[in-house]
Design a protein around this ligand. Structure first.
Ligand code: MOS
Length: 709
């Protein structure tokens, strides 16, 4: 009787479809008030004056929160390397300074959300404006190396002498790619209900980490983390936007403190672009040097990013290029330019997604230069150990993914020559790219209780942001306790349940699952030894996680795409997509399939639609709602499928999973861009692939494959 590996239905499916699932904003408490933010209309400067009375005359308005009356937050807090870069954004209303357009400058608190919003619209704010710079350009002389790439991350590293190796290489590809800013836009915008009771704080909040949110607010408010409860029973997605606390939650806390009443805050879609993270735009230059057989000698990947006046957050864009292929010489660098814009942050596959777009397109370009099949090129450059540090791989099944995908996709029949398949007005092409996402494991704590009715309760400060964590942890607990899933009650979503990992970096299942498995197994053993019903065990995996061997752990995949390109309009349609992934043990093929396909669909959006452009005249994003910020709908998705390769890896947590939340998006855009090249004979190196670019560049009669129009 094992549950792990079987397609158990989502434990919360009924609660969600019947509306019984309670999201943050839906919690009811007596005496609640509502706050609506007032946000800066200038990109840089200071608030000169706030006319509080202009909002107070609005019926229902109770108070105006501003920098003059907001509680002071602790400065110089240290939340650790993962979250520290986002900390400056949390100092909401702590000064009159404005660092970006859309920054919170006040909030109106009222008896209804509508009254608060009307009051906010009435509030008169006078600004002193300063000159700002919101233009992200290549080779900006102000570029610097942020801490996340320098001191804290392995962003700027080299092995051998890549420049010398490029000099002597028989074939050199030297290409530049750009990727735009992208917004995570989870279905549920950020929302928080903050309530103070007897010096304790409870946040009903939409977060990816109950524990890290509790710890962050405890630090900001100089409180004990045990006195900051964070309730995230149900969360409508995150994609990184909720991986660390954001300004809306701080606003709720400050508002509740000011009026000494519970306060609810909910962001709307338009507010999300300034405060809910975005993937930094990148400008990448990639150089690959190879011999005539396609053996890589040098890889150079240089990535430029945008940071903000407040935050140093930066992606590890070039990290994959260090370890994907066996080149003796390599250099990967990352830099950033500080601009007067909202702050970038986590978004699904942060770094891997834009970085593997560049690298996997460049590999395709090299394959064409060598007149070599792109899969064969990767086979010829498969490393035996991690090229970045010489460590053994815990497992690496990239080639199996590529070969399995090639068989299932029908790659062998492919005519490599671009621009040769034409059906009426459509050109058709296929492309391939590799995927990779690292495996992380974080210590967690969990409790297991043998209830007197024969059921078991397992509690952990994990969270299910829609991925299926509640279900897979129930399965893991059931197997550890050797009972059917129906006898498990899995409590998650609250900081008070235990200190546990956040739902990010694809590390949840392995990290929480280890603690859940250990709790279940320990309790089972205690019961066998005669412990009575009612027994509770409390376990922690810190020792086990730190005892893990020092090896290179990564999940791999292969993405295949078939596109058709309209020779009249430039429209690109993804006709067919196949992803093959080797990500360790799959706990639940039903929820895993959703995760992987969801990632690939996000990759289609990244390839063809998603872009957030800074309006230079305002210093803020142009596409501030879902009418302007496009991503795929059902009509954009045709035939999409995945294969999960069985993979046993004994260097992982006992759960055996590598993480599947992010790898589905990595490489997807490259596969599509490579397919567009195969269809049209033209390279498009700037995401998204806009139909006007394709129409103008590929289909204007200059394309030798197409002949005159
Ligand atoms: Mo994920 S971008 O680590 O929340």
């Amino acid at each position: 009787m094992t549950s792990v590996g079987t397609p158990v239905e989502r434990q919360d499916a009924r609660a969600k479809v019947t509306g019984a699932a309670t999201y943050a904003y839906e919690h009811r408490v007596d005496g609640v008030l509502y706050a609506w933010p007032v946000t800066s209309t200038i990109a840089r400067g200071r608030v000169a004056d706030i006319d509080v009375d202009s909002a107070m005359v609005t019926p229902g308005v109770v108070a105006v929160l501003h920098a003059g009356n907001a509680a002071r937050l602790e400065t110089d807090i240290d939340l650790g390397p993962v979250q520290q870069a986002s900390v400056p954004e949390l100092y909401v209303l702590q000064s009159d300074k404005i660092a970006y357009r859309g920054q919170i400058v006040a909030a109106v608190i009222a008896t209804s959300a509508e009254a608060a919003r009307e009051g906010a619209e009435n509030l008169l704010v006078r600004y002193e404006e300063q000159a700002y710079d919101a233009v992200f350009r290549a080779q900006d002389p102000r570029a610097y190396v942020p801490a996340m790439l320098g001191d804290l991350g392995p962003g700027n590293v080299s092995r051998g002498d890549a420049d010398a190796a490029l000099e002597t290489a028989e074939v050199v590809v030297d290409v530049a790619y750009t990727t735009p800013a992208q917004h995570p836009h989870p279905m549920e915008p950020h929302s928080t209900l903050a309530r103070w009771t007897d010096g304790r704080l409870t946040l009903y909040s939409s977060e990816q980490g109950p524990s890290n949110t509790s710890q962050a607010f405890a630090a900001l408010l100089a409180m004990d983390a045990d006195d900051v409860e964070v309730v995230c029973d149900y969360v409508g997605g995150g994609f990184g936007a909720k991986a660390s606390p954001r300004p809306p939650a701080v606003l709720a806390v400050l508002a509740a403190k000011l009026v000494d009443r519970p306060v609810k805050v909910a962001w709307n879609r338009r507010l999300m672009t300034a405060h809910a993270t975005y993937r930094s735009p990148t400008i990448q230059r990639i150089r690959l040097g190879a011999d005539g057989n396609g053996k890589l000698g040098a890889i150079v990947h240089e990535a430029q990013h945008m940071t903000s006046a407040l935050s140093d957050y930066v992606d590890q864009t070039a990290s994959s290029a260090r370890m994907m292929y066996a080149a003796e010489h390599a250099r990967t660098t990352g830099t950033a330019v500080r601009l007067d814009v909202p702050s970038a942050g986590w978004m699904r596959g942060p770094g891997e997604t834009p970085g593997m777009f560049g690298l996997e397109c460049a590999m395709d370009e090299l394959a064409y230069r060598l007149d070599l099949d792109p899969i064969e090129l990767r086979i010829r450059n498969e490393p035996e150990v991690d090229p970045s540090d010489g460590k053994p791989f815990s497992s690496r099944n990239l080639l199996t993914c590529l070969q399995t995908g090639a068989e299932q996709f029908g790659w062998a029949d492919r005519d490599r020559r671009p621009g040769t398949r034409r059906y009426g007005r459509w050109l058709v092409g296929t492309g391939v790219a590799a995927s990779r996402y690292p495996v992380f494991t974080v210590p967690s704590r969990a409790y297991a209780t043998a209830e007197t009715d024969g059921t078991f309760t397992v509690a952990i400060g994990a969270v299910d942001i829609g991925t299926g964590s509640r279900t897979v942890l129930t399965q893991i607990a059931a197997d550890a306790l050797e009972v059917p899933v129906a006898r498990i009650r899995l409590d998650l979503g609250r900081a008070s349940y235990s200190v546990a990992a956040f739902a990010g970096a694809s590390l949840g299942t392995a990290s929480w699952g280890w603690a859940v498995e250990k709790a279940g197994r320990t309790l089972k053993a205690r019961l066998r030894d005669g412990a009575p019903l009612g027994t509770v065990v409390d376990v922690d995996t810190t020792a086990e996680v730190s005892a893990m061997r020092d090896v290179s752990r990564n999940a791999y995949g292969a993405q295949f795409a078939e596109v058709k390109v309209d020779t009249v309009t430039g429209q690109i349609r993804v006709e067919r997509m196949l992803g093959v992934f080797a990500a360790g043990r799959i706990i639940n093929p039903r929820t895993a399939r959703s995760q992987l396909i969801g990632g690939m669909i996000m990759g289609i959006g990244g390839a063809l639609m998603e872009a957030a452009d800074i309006d230079e005249a305002l210093g803020d994003f142009v596409q501030s709602d879902l009418a302007g910020y496009h991503f795929p709908t059902h009509a954009d998705i045709s035939d999409i499928d995945i294969v999960m390769l069985p993979e046993a890896d004994d260097e992982l947590s006992p759960v055996g999973s590598k993480g599947i939340g992010e790898i589905g998006v990595v490489g997807a855009a490259a596969a599509i861009a490579n397919a567009v090249h195969h269809a049209t004979g033209q390279r498009f190196r700037n995401l998204p692939l806009r139909l006007e670019d394709v129409r103008d560049a590929a289909l204007d009669g200059t394309n030798s494959y197409l002949g005159p129009r």
